[in-house]
Every structure is written in structure tokens, then in C-alpha cells.
Write a protein that binds this ligand. Structure first.
Ligand SMILES: [Zn+2]
Length: 71
């Protein structure tokens, strides 16, 4: 099992405080969501490469859009 725990702070620094979905500033890590590039349901892992930090509402909006595109 991978032992590296990814933190919001680390993701925030890597993305330079930019939301991975809308490209705008996150303005701090409070209220952000950690999103998976590859969903856990599809085999995605909690690894650094598979995680990205987004605004809460961006993540929720993306989820809704994704569901809308299915089928
Ligand atoms: Zn955003």
C-alpha cells in the first residue's frame, strides 16, 4: 500500500493556489475539495498524482455534469 498521505496544503502549493477545474484562485484551503482525476470507483488511488484541489462548488458542479454525460 502507498504510504504517502497527500495533504490539502501540499496540493495547494503544487497548484499554486489555483483551482484545478476553473483555474481561479482558491483563496485558502478552507472550503476546498480534494477531487480524484480517476474516480475511486474506477480504480483511482489516493496518490499525489490522482488528486487535485478544487473549489467545493466546482467539484460539485463537475460531478453533476459528469452524471449528466453518462449514458
Ligand atoms: Zn474552481
Amino acid at each position: 500500500m502507498p504510504s504517502s498521505r497527500v495533504t490539502r496544503e501540499a496540493l495547494y502549493r503544487r497548484q499554486r493556489g489555483i483551482c484545478a477545474l476553473c483555474g481561479r484562485h482558491l483563496f485558502g484551503i478552507s472550503g476546498t475539495h480534494i477531487d480524484h482525476w480517476v474516480p475511486v470507483a474506477k480504480g483511482g488511488q489516493h496518490t499525489d498524482e490522482n488528486l487535485r484541489l478544487t473549489h467545493a462548488r466546482c467539484n460539485l458542479a463537475a460531478g453533476v455534469k459528469l452524471k449528466g454525460n453518462v449514458q
